[in-house]
Design a protein around this ligand. Sequence first.
Ligand SMILES: [Zn+2]
Length: 324
Amino acid sequence: MSGIAPFAFVGPDAFAGADTRIPAADPACHGVLDRADALRGDPEALAALWPDARVVLLDDDGQALADADGALFAPTGAQVSEGPGGTGAAIFLGRDGEGRGWFALDAALTALQASNRLDLRSAAGQWPAFDAGVFAQARALQHWRRRHRHCGVCGGTLGFSRGGWLGRCDDCGIEHYPRTDPAVIVAVTDGARILLGRQRGWAAQRYSVLAGFVEPGETLEQTVAREVLEETGVRVRGCRYLGSQPWPFPGQLMLGFIASAEPDEPRVDDELEDARWFDVDEIRAARARDGNEGDDGMRLSAPISISRWLIEQWLREIESNATR
Ligand SMILES: [Zn+2]
């Protein structure tokens, strides 16, 4: 998995022999840190981990502090404690393979300085998978905590415990937990072609599969049908779940589907600039353009994204059907 950020999508076909219809339960899918839930409620254990732990420092914009070479700057807890920060203010992320603790802390709470800082999208493309994955987890939790300083029920102040994973209202006692918002992302096919769309502001000629947020009271299947109809007017007949990808910008989970649909002519309004059916030859030609800057023609998403993986899955199904 080296070179692929762990919050990037790792499809089941990454594991030899895996049934492509069943997302693999390989531990490599489970993230880079042991999240060690049992330790969250044990302040003594967290305090014992702290001096040798590595601490990811995040600025007010959610960027991670980086060293002069642009690599992750993660000092030890003992170094960080020279400032006002400490285990009480830090969020416990988990333990690495050597048992060392990892924490996240607002950079303003330590006197330590670093020469660089990096946003998550840049880090995902530049850092080793482990560093980028830890940053992604840290950033998602920091984002949640910064936007949940007060209770949504009574407006009281939240006090955080369980290593930063639980916010309890000081006034009414209600508990608040980190949120993840589900969204569907779907490769729609009429049996021979795939339906792709593009948003205004995207790079020229870039097309991708359709996506949208799950609304309250909906099943995932209903979201798939509704979003495709709303965005393109195409009627979905059925769909099948294929795999998921955490999308920490700031806190979504992308649930990937393949859907069969009527061969309706797409129409777009506000959400998309264009939507079209593409045949196998067009998708193969676009794939061949990966990395060729300046080459005209339709472009696909980056190979590490779930949107691209869904397109590849569709292509694979079409090709396997053709050889039957
Ligand atoms: Zn309250």
